[in-house]
Design a protein around this ligand. Structure first.
Ligand code: ATP
Ligand code: MG
Length: 569
């Protein structure tokens, strides 16, 4: 699918807003479900949560979950918690916590109360583990990892009971306290729930609740050397926080019976319910933290916020706005099945947002000097151009104009056929926001490259057609030679050339686009761009959308997206 959002499409006059306009689509299944729970008074107030594991930066898939959880809370007058699911200190880091907080805030969402951490419930989770042991519902198991795998069975064969399954409650209490006290090495034993080794659902075959990890934790330091597994922790965290709708992705559907088993076997203060929705996958894109981390660690990209990364930080640095991401998430809907969304839909949402909101500017990526021979040498005029064709609130631009200007090398030919609507010798073109000019001659270097064009302005053509009736063929952008900004521009294309780079056993790094990044140096733009702020994305007329790179030491712009889809995969 190719979505074409031309810059000339009708423009809205709405002010930039982070929240997308109230959605006009019909309610999706989770909205219907919450509505029903409210109507039937099953809940007093909706409480959702976004529970990232701080083991990487958030990506576009997480944005969908954020928009869903925070969006439901907004729609139904409820609240959403931000909770770090920090049960695996080996892979977690404060850098990720900080980045996640920044990204959620930047997307325009506010969590209810303090930021929450699964690790602050460790004591309670531990007590509940002891409770299960005391009820005969959990045991310490010393099978090795290999043995445990063998005992677990397969999808078609039931598992076998562990030889440690029937040890006494007292013995289990002592063994678990020894685990906690650090008396065992990592991997020596685990705490398991005693459920059913013959269950057709492998998740119910005495799943692991606690593992030994002799690792310092970013929140709890060295207090613990046993850490709860996701399945044991997550539902209980939801219960502690009074989450009414625990929404997760589809791969957790098979974990739901376990989620319910724990809450029905524990004296939890509240019984949350788990619902699943389809994960967001995008073609030409990898959306797995583990794989994105590999791209970073192996140096295939310049970090998590490389503008080519599908991370929130990468998209932001590339110049994508929070409202474009929110609109995209709203647009793709929420389904009960997994599906791959065409990345062209994301591009469309980005272009649509920028078309409406991006201030306009003129820039020339490959400058060619034009001398306007009939224009006085010491004269400078100031042309005035709108900040945006349909947005008075974006003000006006003042454009100095004098005898020497730059145009793009692609916008001049000595000769050309009629299809070429730019500057040609003895032909006319309009300079955007300024005069009509006509080219007379050009100067070449020793290799025959055109290095300068001589042209004339046609008098009386500011805002008017030439009086002699010979109209210009097209409109091109220009930049004043005396007063302009000079900068580098980086053009980005998709990171992968393959539609599904990580499907099956494919090694996604083999499908990286070698041309995903192109640096253009010594570009010039209108003088106002010298003060561009990193948070503003401009439409460089006829070139695309660009935003100032927040990290570069010199003035430098990243291309957010081209004006139209030109990618050939
Ligand atoms: P990854 O697979 O990228 O490592 P994850 O599921 O392990 O992601 P978490 O930090 O556990 O990452 O995710 C936090 C929340 O975001 C979870 O509720 C998860 O279901 C949701 N989420 C993660 N990836 C996606 C996705 N592609 N689409 C929708 N929701 C997602
Ligand atoms: Mg996860």
């Amino acid at each position: 699918m190719t979505v074409d959002s031309t810059p000339s499409s009708p423009l809205s006059t709405h002010a930039q807003e982070i929240a997308p306009a109230k959605s006009v689509r019909p309610p999706h299944f989770l909205e219907q479900l919450v509505q029903k729970d409210i109507d039937q008074k099953n809940i007093n107030k909706l409480v959702t949560r976004f529970p990232p594991e701080p083991n990487g930066y958030l990506h576009i898939g997480h944005a969908k979950s954020i928009c869903l959880n925070f969006g439901l809370a907004e729609t139904f007058g409820g609240v959403c918690h931000l909770r770090f699911d920090d049960t695996n200190p080996a892979k977690e880091d404060q850098e990720y916590i900080d980045a996640i907080i920044r990204d959620v805030k930047w997307l325009g969402y506010q969590w209810d109360g303090e930021i929450r951490f699964a690790s602050s419930y460790f004591e309670q989770l531990h007590d509940w583990a002891v409770h299960l042991i005391e009820q005969g519902n959990a045991y310490v198991c010393h099978l090795t990892a290999d043995e445990a795998r063998e005992y677990r069975g397969t999808l078609t064969e039931p598992g076998k009971n562990s030889p440690f399954r029937d040890r006494s409650i007292d013995e289990n209490v002592i063994e678990f306290s020894k685990m906690r006290a650090g008396e065992y090495d990592e991997g020596a034993c685990v705490l398991r729930a005693k459920i059913d080794m013959a269950s057709p659902n492998i998740n119910m075959r005495d799943p692991i609740m606690y593992r030994i990890r002799k690792q310092s934790h970013h929140q709890t330091g060295d207090k613990w050397c046993i850490y709860p597994n996701y399945d044991f922790a997550h539902g209980q965290e939801d219960a502690i926080e009074g989450i009414t709708h625990s929404i997760c992705t589809l791969e957790f559907a098979d974990h739901r019976p376990l989620y319910e088993w724990f809450s029905s076997h524990l004296p939890v203060p509240h019984t949350p319910k788990q619902y699943e929705f389809g994960r967001l996958s995008l073609n030409y894109t990898v959306t797995s933290k583990r794989k994105l981390k590999q791209l970073v660690d192996e140096g295939h990209v310049d970090g998590w916020d490389d503008p080519r990364m599908p991370t929130i930080a990468g998209l932001r640095r590339r110049g994508v706005s929070a409202s474009a991401i929110r609109k995209f998430c709203d647009m793709i809907g929420v389904a009960k099945s997994d599906g791959t969304v065409d990345v062209a839909m994301l591009d469309h949402a980005i272009r649509d947002d920028l078309d409406k909101n991006a201030p306009r500017a003129m820039c020339v990526l490959a400058p060619l000097k034009v001398v306007l021979t009939n224009y006085p040498e010491d004269k400078t005029e100031t042309m005035v151009a709108p900040g945006h064709p349909n947005r008075d609130d974006l003000g006006e631009r003042k454009l100095p104009f004098s005898r020497e200007i730059y145009i793009d090398q692609d916008d001049f030919r000595e000769e050309a056929n009629k299809k070429y609507k730019r500057l040609v010798i003895a032909k006319r073109v309009r300079l955007r926001n300024a005069y009509v000019i006509e080219a007379d001659s050009c100067i070449k270097d020793a290799e025959g490259n055109i290095i300068e064009v001589h042209a004339r302005i046609i008098e009386g053509t500011l805002g008017h057609n030439p009086e002699d009736g010979i109209k210009p063929k097209g409109v091109i952008q220009w930049v004043d030679v005396k007063q302009h900004a000079t900068f580098d521009v980086t053009l980005y294309e998709r990171l992968f050339t393959e539609e599904s780079p990580d499907a099956g056993d494919k090694s996604f790094v083999d499908y990286m686009n070698p041309d995903s990044r192109k640096l253009k140096q010594q570009c010039v733009g209108e003088i106002g761009l010298s003060n561009a702020s990193a948070g503003t994305t401009y439409q460089f007329e006829r070139e695309g959308y660009f935003c100032r790179d927040e990290k570069a030491e010199t003035l430098s712009f990243n291309r957010t997206i081209s004006l139209r889809d030109t990618f050939v995969g």
